[in-house]
Design a protein around this ligand. Structure first.
Ligand SMILES: [Zn+2]
Ligand SMILES: [Zn+2]
Length: 363
């Protein structure tokens, strides 16, 4: 089958013909119908983060179950499924408490080092799967825990985004922050994840959902996802504007991963409010927080968020159903459909901020 590989840091994605094994244990073979270009897969080639290479990138996929191994109980051939990069065993104390993102045994969804690889070159040498998925390919072989069955009325490109940017953004609002009707919310950074945090805040019934960015077109998009107010922070002091509008918000989300905006979200909150850090900072970066006595007595909180505290099977199916009901915006996230051979161009556009998401829909 055809797949796009990262082979060296500093290189490009290149298309190869590779082998894929039959499913065993609790594995599922999926025919990929759509595969999103998430920024994090660019990290396979743009910096040395220590990820194994060669690897097939891609983890935002949707598709149809082609075959299942005998141990699979949660899906069947023909089901429409969405992959998620959260590895969880389903049996440890954290998993049983519903905290998949805190799983104590995430290796349970991978093959052991003594087993043959899921994907390989023709000579049998192993190829790594990005986050156990490897979705820039015609097919993926994945543990059933990393797949959610979804409503088959949702189009494949929209569905593909559910497993990463949607769960990360919407989950932060719904699961991590537990936003309640009437709460006030600010979201700093309105790319794919920020727009989904706005969607999640709207679903929860937030009163003000204030979007902050430096690109006017992104702020316009934010309104479609439920922002009630927008602030261009290149022109306006966003902290002062939010304090004036709301007296400080209950929840402020940072989605970029830079210290200046991480500091801003803390200053945007009201006493008792919480700042949430979703954006991933480059290796070695540090952030600071104001620990003055007045601030501590105001009981402000700072919370890091991993993958929207998502419960894979429940949340992805829920968002798909709400999309089909017309209550969850996804269409505005799918900005360009491309072929497998256009990955490098797709990433160039993402780096320039020209698209929210390119999705591979032909292989
Ligand atoms: Zn992703
Ligand atoms: Zn677990």
């Amino acid at each position: 089958m055809k797949a796009s590989l990262a082979t060296e840091v500093g290189g490009k994605f290149t298309t190869h013909d590779i082998q894929i094994d039959d499913p065993r244990g609790r594995e599922v073979l999926v025919d990929v119908k759509a595969s999103g270009l998430c920024h994090s897969d660019l990290h396979l080639i743009d910096h040395d983060y220590g990820m194994p290479l060669p690897a097939v990138g891609g983890h935002e996929i949707s598709g149809v179950v082609r075959s299942v191994a005998s141990g699979v109980t949660s899906m069947k051939v023909g089901d429409h499924v969405v992959a998620c990069l959260i590895p969880f065993c389903g049996a440890c104390a954290e998993c049983l408490a519903g905290h998949s993102t805190l799983c104590l045994n995430p290796a349970a969804v991978s093959r052991g080092e003594d087993e043959s690889p899921r994907i390989s070159f023709a000579d049998g040498s192993a190829i790594a799967q990005s986050v156990n998925v490897g979705g820039f390919a015609e097919q993926v072989l994945v543990h059933e825990n990393q797949l959610a069955v979804v409503n088959n009325e949702i189009p494949f490109p929209q569905a593909a985004l559910l497993g990463c940017s949607v769960v990360t953004g919407a989950g932060a609002a719904i699961n991590t922050a537990h936003i309640r009707p009437g709460d006030t919310v600010a979201v700093v950074g309105t790319g794919g994840i920020g727009l989904n945090a706005i969607s999640g805040a709207r679903l929860c019934g937030a009163k003000n959902v204030i979007a902050v960015d430096i690109v006017d077109s992104k702020l316009e998009a934010a309104k479609k996802f439920g922002a009630t107010d927008v602030i261009n922070s290149a022109e306006t002091d966003a902290v002062a504007a939010i304090q004036e509008l709301t007296g400080g918000v209950d929840h402020a989300f940072e989605v970029i991963g830079i210290s200046a905006t991480q500091r801003q979200v803390q200053e945007m909150t009201r006493p008792g409010g919480t700042a949430y850090l979703i954006g991933i900072a480059p290796p070695g970066a540090t952030t600071s927080f104001d620990s003055s006595l007045a601030d501590l007595f105001a009981q402000r909180s700072l919370q890091a968020v991993l993958m929207g505290s998502t419960n894979v099977k429940r949340d992805i199916a829920l968002y798909a159903d709400m999309y089909v009901q017309g209550r969850f915006e996804l269409d505005g996230l799918v900005t360009r459909e491309i072929s497998l051979s256009e990955i490098n161009e797709g990433y160039e556009m993402l780096k320039k901020g020209e698209v929210i998401r390119s999705i591979i829909t032909s292989f």
